[in-house]
Design a protein around this ligand. Structure first.
Ligand code: 5GP
Length: 178
């Protein structure tokens, strides 16, 4: 497998995560604990870095979702394969996502979490493919807008490859999208 081409360097990611953490810490200051919910697997590295840079009280939780679409194409039908262990009722919840593509997955998750009556519900995404959005999902804290390419690294994979790269790179999947 060929090496991915660097799209966002390790240094740029570090700087952006610092900025996001400072902004989130300022916004939640004095509100009590924020529950960070990351969607596995892709968001685990972003969550680890972001959560450690926050200066506010925080708790980390995980969910796993699976989409019914083909690899690389989200049909919009999403299934929870691992749910939260505890209630989020009355809590300040911040969903931490690695990547927003069409927006369908994040919108599904927000609709689901909203029914559980959190005190507040916001979103943070490291990257967004702006041209691909089909659902107008609200991203309160955004790292980078990227073009419509398949990205890997910093938690993101291509068929389970490249997840642990320190940067975000581009690969060209042999199978074309959707
Ligand atoms: P959406 O529902 O926003 O279309 O799709 C979001 C999901 O598709 C992400 O959580 C991720 O799992 C997957 N995805 C979309 N684009 C990429 C990409 O460029 N790289 C990787 N690794 N996953 C992607």
């Amino acid at each position: 497998m060929t090496e991915p081409k660097i799209l966002i360097s390790e240094e740029d990611i570090r700087r952006k995560v610092d900025e996001l953490a400072a902004q989130i810490s300022a916004d939640y200051e004095g509100k009590g604990e924020v529950t960070l919910i990351a969607v596995l697997k892709g968001a685990f590295i972003f969550l680890a870095d972001l959560s450690r840079r926050l200066t506010i009280p925080r708790d980390v939780e995980f969910m796993a979702l699976s989409s019914y679409g083909k690899a690389g194409a989200t049909s919009g039908a999403v299934r929870v394969v691992m749910d939260l262990r505890d209630s989020i009722e009355g809590k300040h919840v911040l969903v931490v996502e690695d990547i927003v593509d069409t927006g369908k997955t994040l919108q599904y998750l927000l609709d689901l979490l909203q029914t559980r009556e959190p005190a507040s519900l916001k979103t943070c995404a490291l990257v967004r493919k702006k041209d691909r959005h089909e659902v107008d999902v609200k991203i309160d804290y955004l790292g980078f807008d990227i073009p419509n390419v398949w990205v890997v690294g910093y938690g993101l994979d291509y068929a389970e490859h490249h997840r642990t790269l320190p940067y975000i790179g581009v690969v060209e999947p042999r199978e074309s999208r959707g």
